[in-house]
Design a protein around this ligand. Structure first.
Ligand code: ZN
Length: 471
């Protein structure tokens, strides 16, 4: 079996990955708050952990991996969008408008992430379906002395959990100094965080032992991961921005409610996304949703290629130039394997991915394989192309149904022109025009096959249709 090594944020080391049950490898990734379209930064963890999901399925078997990614469908931002609609005259109760908004956003999310080739996780729990489990967990935390109820709130007592801060490697006092902790009169300690808060009549709420209210954000993931994966599981993932406080709080809640469980063993965090070298922000005008990029004509597969080509633990820079390059590469690869059937992936590519998701290493190997295939124009390389295709698909690339964008380059006119030039050259004995056109086609990444039967032009690896202009 392939040995997988993953960088564990908690131990700050790359470790051999050994699932507690190889028959059911379990992974939890924090999902979106569904109040609006996903932006490009939201797509990064989706693609990183989709690639890990694919690798785990390859190594342990498709039916032996459980991947949970939640939807946070109770949140002040969701309430605000629904309230704005109501004020603008939309029909229905606030509750109905909230439900409409979350349904609509989940639909967008599935469509947009699907366009990037992300597989659907095994479970996509919605927080509002687990309120009972959250209340039970909060009651348990109070009973164990880790939480207290006050004025309709329930707060987690951070100093009751001595390991708080271990994931980020910081002490509670350091965190207080660096964080914007909310000081509230009902808190025993400014670091204590909300497990439950009261809802007034105009907001969604559920009955609880502490009055009508709604859960804090952090308790959602603790309750849903417990319900779906149990008190301990293999991998917990998310963006690095969630490490503190969200993941520290998840650990504190879960480890205090289930002290024998241990919660997640491996913690993985992806770095942030930049656009043209700068942090994405609405004020800089470089803020894109995934849908906006798709609508601008960037194929989902190209976005995926660019996003994956930087290691997940490094900041990833989205640039139009990199997207153009990716488009040329993918076009060539698609043309090369147009008639191939996937076999099994290349061992070196699996090994690269197993080394803490070294996608760049896997892509370098794909380039080398493509080059070897292109260097053998006489052979049809049926087997090699099958390996290439299976390897690319392990990265979620060159999938069926994602390649429509790459079709539609018609080379028959240029093939006819080359045939005519050759016929003329037979008469004049001046082969210069034939050689010139041939050289230009090869420079554009086109494979030129000339025989007595005629001229055949096949786009090869590195095919760049822009370089055909003017020929
Ligand atoms: Zn979470």
């Amino acid at each position: 079996m392939t040995a997988i090594r993953l960088y564990n944020t908690r131990t700050r080391a790359k470790e051999d990955f050994a699932p507690s049950d190889p028959g059911n490898v379990r992974m939890y990734v924090c999902g979106p708050t569904v109040y609006d379209r996903a932006h490009l930064g939201n797509a990064r963890p989706v693609l990183v952990f989709d690639t890990l999901f694919r690798l785990l399925r390859h190594v342990y078997g498709e039916d032996h991996v459980t991947y949970v990614r939640n939807f946070t469908d109770v949140d002040d931002k969701i309430n605000a969008t629904a309230l704005a609609r109501k004020e603008a005259g939309a029909e229905g109760t606030l509750e109905e408008l909230i439900h409409q908004r979350t349904q609509e956003t989940i639909g967008w999310y599935h469509a947009d992430m699907g366009a990037l080739g992300a597989l659907t996780p095994t479970h996509e729990p919605r927080a509002t379906a687990y309120i009972g489990a959250m209340i039970a967990m909060i009651e348990d935390l109070i009973a164990r002395g880790h939480a207290y109820a006050v004025e309709g709130h329930v707060l987690f007592k951070v100093r009751s959990y001595p390991d708080y801060g271990k994931l980020s490697g910081r002490s509670v006092d350091d965190m207080i100094a660096g964080a914007r902790v909310e000081v509230a009169p009902y808190k025993d300690d400014p670091m204590d965080f909300v497990l439950w808060k009261p809802s007034d009549a105009g907001l969604p709420g559920w009955d609880s032992p502490w009055g009508r209210g709604r859960p804090g954000w952090h308790i959602e993931c603790s309750a849903m991961s417990y319900e779906l994966l149990g008190p301990s599981f293999d991998i917990h993932g998310g963006g690095i921005d969630l490490q503190f406080p969200h993941h520290e709080n998840e650990i504190a809640q879960s480890c205090c409610a289930h002290p024998d469980g241990g919660f997640a063993r491996v913690w993985m965090h992806n770095e942030m996304l930049l656009v043209e070298g700068k942090k994405m922000s609405k004020s800089l005008g470089n803020f894109f949703t995934v849908r906006e990029l798709l609508d601008q004509g960037y194929p989902g597969e190209v976005i995926r290629f660019v996003m994956l080509s930087t290691h997940y633990r490094k900041p990833m820079d989205w640039t139009a130039e990199r997207a153009r390059e990716a488009e040329g590469i993918l076009r060539g690869w698609r043309a090369m394997v147009a008639e191939a059937e996937p076999t099994g992936p290349d061992a070196e590519i699996v090994e690269a991915l197993a080394d803490d998701l070294n996608v760049a290493g896997a892509m370098a190997r794909l380039h080398a394989l493509a080059k070897a295939i292109a260097a053998n124009p006489q052979k049809d390389c049926f087997y090699e192309k099958g390996v290439f295709l299976a390897s690319a698909r392990l990265l979620g690339l060159l999938e069926d149904g994602m390649g429509d964008w790459a079709r539609g380059v018609d080379l028959s006119g240029l093939a006819d022109k080359l045939a005519r030039l050759r016929a003329a050259a037979m008469e004049t004995k001046d082969f210069a025009p034939v050689d010139a056109l041939k050289a230009a086609l090869i420079a554009a990444g086109v494979e030129v096959r000339m025989s007595k039967a005629g001229v055949e032009l096949v786009p090869g690896a590195g095919f760049d249709p822009a370089r055909l202009e003017g020929l």
